[in-house]
Design a protein around this ligand. Structure first.
Ligand code: NDP
Length: 359
């Protein structure tokens, strides 16, 4: 598996769980849950209200039969370092870290994995007997999601659109996995140069025209995302033209809501293979869980749980124009299940390995 061994060994606390920790969650026999023995995990972010991480992790913890719980902590911008530093005192076993705390969390850790060290940010913190270890599972999670499709980076020509946090993680992981070329295209050349540096000898700054020769194209910009006011909805990122896409290519969008972005739709219509960001979301979480518990994550259970939640959030389709307007108004106001915007999940678009009944 790319991205190294789990932080906890077979002999470590996660593997050698005490009886009380492996007891199934109460199913009516016990009066209260969570109890004082329940181990706490969580996610910090600002905002964090609509994070799918609690859904993913609690489904996995339940499946593993662990007396652990995963909660969302809304931590204001600028307070990430303090929140992470408090983990040992609060007895929090692990944290996922999302925007805008990834760099602050890295600064609070006592030790970083080599990958996190190179990126300078973490999305995972593990509390090992009071010592905080920071890791970044985004890049390896992305590679896992492609491997699930039978796609391997070794020797491949790759093009990454965008030069933000996720682009950094993806470029580094592709290069470490042996990609022949990792070209970066971004609207800011200084950022593109900095990110391409993570690709080492394989990294270079490029332009969207180079998409034609790429075997993998990754959208790491928010263009195409539900609710993003970045570009007109039907435009492709950075002016990429659909004619550059075709058979023999895999086009990956890190966006998972909507399931089918204009880029993925254009790629499919041109005969390219596609995958959205749901696989990356699930696999980066699976790696986090492995860091915290030392156990392999039940990926299919996590997939099913997150798809159920996305369908729930998308809510019933409004039948009338008036209904649509109300849903949109509520979404803008951040109210109700539509707050993250309507999410369509055409099952044929997601190439995440799903339980049979959901395919
Ligand atoms: P960042 O804000 O760190 O980076 C965004 C990048 O996109 C920047 O390079 C930015 O350029 C560029 N960008 C933004 N708007 C435009 C535009 N209109 N045209 C061209 N470029 C643009 O975000 P992240 O890297 O964290 O996230 C990027 C995407 O990946 C998001 O959609 C996010 O939801 C998704 N993601 C998915 C994950 C998953 O698990 N599936 C995990 C992480 C992210 P500039 O610097 O010039 O603004």
């Amino acid at each position: 598996m790319p991205g190294g061994a789990p932080l906890l060994s077979k002999q470590s606390p996660g593997r050698g769980l005490e009886r009380s920790q492996v007891a199934r969650r109460p199913s009516g026999r016990l009066a209260t849950w969570p109890a004082e023995t329940t181990i706490v995990l969580g996610v910090i972010g600002d905002p964090v209200r609509h994070s799918l991480s609690p859904v993913l992790h609690n489904a996995a913890l339940r499946e593993l039969g662990l007396d652990w719980v995963y909660v969302a902590f809304p931590v204001p911008s600028g307070r990430g370092r303090e929140a992470v530093s408090a983990m040992p005192d609060l007895g929090i076993r692990g944290l996922s870290v999302t925007m805008p705390h990834k760099a602050a969390a890295a600064a609070a850790c006592h030790r970083l994995t080599p990958l996190a060290e190179r990126l300078g940010v973490v999305n995972t913190v593990t509390n090992i007997a009071g010592s905080l270890v920071g890791d970044s599972t985004d890049g390896p999670g992305f590679l896992d999601s492609l491997e699930e499709l039978g796609w391997r980076a070794e020797g491949k020509r790759c093009l990454v659109l965008g030069a933000g946090g996720s682009a950094r993680a993806v470029v580094l992981s592709l290069a470490e996995a042996g990609a022949a070329r990792v070209a970066v295209v971004a609207r800011r050349q200084d950022e593109a140069l900095s990110v391409s540096g993570l690709g080492g000898r394989a990294g270079l700054v490029s332009s969207v025209e180079a998409a034609e020769e790429a075997e993998l194209i990754v959208n790491a910009t928010p263009v195409g995302m539900t609710g993003a006011d970045a570009e007109p909805r039907d435009e492709l990122p950075l002016g990429l033209e659909a004619k550059r896409l075709g058979p023999g290519q895999l086009v990956a969008d890190l966006i998972y809501a909507p399931a089918a972005t204009p880029l993925l739709l254009a790629a499919r219509s041109r005969g390219a293979k596609t995958c959205n960001g749901l696989g990356m979301l699930i696999h980066q979480a699976a790696r986090q869980l492995r860091n915290w518990t030392g156990r392999d994550a039940p990926v299919e259970v996590m997939s099913a749980a997150v798809l159920r939640e996305l369908r729930r959030r998308s809510g019933p389709r409004p039948r009338s124009e008036r209904g649509r307007q109300i849903l949109e108004r509520d979404a803008r106001a951040g109210a109700g299940p539509a707050a993250s915007g309507p999410i369509a999940i055409p099952s044929s678009t997601s190439h995440t390995k799903l339980p049979k009944k959901l395919q």
